[in-house]
Design a protein around this ligand. Sequence first.
Ligand code: COA
Length: 151
Amino acid sequence: MNDSAVNLRQASVDDLDAIMQLETATFPSDAWNRETMQRELRSRVNRYYVLERDDTPVAYGGIRVVACDADVQTIAVADGSRGQGLGRALMEHLMQAARDEGALQMFLEVRADNPNAIALYESLDFEQIDVRHGYYQPDGIDAIVMMKEPV
Ligand SMILES: CC(C)(COP(=O)(O)OP(=O)(O)OC[C@H]1O[C@@H](n2cnc3c(N)ncnc32)[C@H](O)[C@@H]1OP(=O)(O)O)[C@@H](O)C(=O)NCCC(=O)NCCS
C-alpha cells in the first residue's frame, strides 16, 4: 500500500458509528452489536485502529493484549476497498502494536470458509494450531485458531 490519501490511526469511541457501519456490512450473519463494539473500543487492554481513505473509514481492526498474549479481535476492509493491500497493511500494524505492548505471541480465529483471510494470515506466517467445531453461530462454521510466535 502506497497511497497518500490513506491514513491509519488509533480508533476511539468517537469512531463507533463508522465502525458499526463497516461491521454490519461485512459480517451480515454474525456482526457484533453496538454495545459489544463500544465495550471493545473502551477496553483498556484493547487497541483499535481505523484506516481512512480521503477521510472516510474504509477498514478497522483491533487487538487485545494481556501479558505476553495478543489476540486479533477483528479486522475488516470495506467491500469496495479489498484486494488493494489495506488488509495486509492493517495486519502488519496490529502486529507491530502487539509487539509495542510487549506481546510475544499473537492468536486469531478465522472462519474455515474464509480462504482470503486465511491466505493473508498464512502469508504473515500464522500457523493453524486448533479447530473449534461449529464455533461461528448461527451458521455453525468451524473456527480455525492460528498463532504466530514470535509476533
Ligand atoms: C480478509 C481481508 C481483511 C483482507 O483484506 P484485503 O485488503 O482485501 O487484503 P489485501 O489486499 O491486503 O491482501 C492481503 C492478502 O490477503 C489474501 N487475499 C486477499 N484477497 C484475496 C482473494 N480475493 N483471493 C485470494 N487471496 C486473497 C492474499 O494472501 C493477499 O496477499 P497478496 O495480495 O500478496 O496475494 C478482507 O478481505 C476482509 O475484510 N474480508 C471480510 C472480513 C473478514 O473476513 N475479516 C477477517 C475475519 S478473521
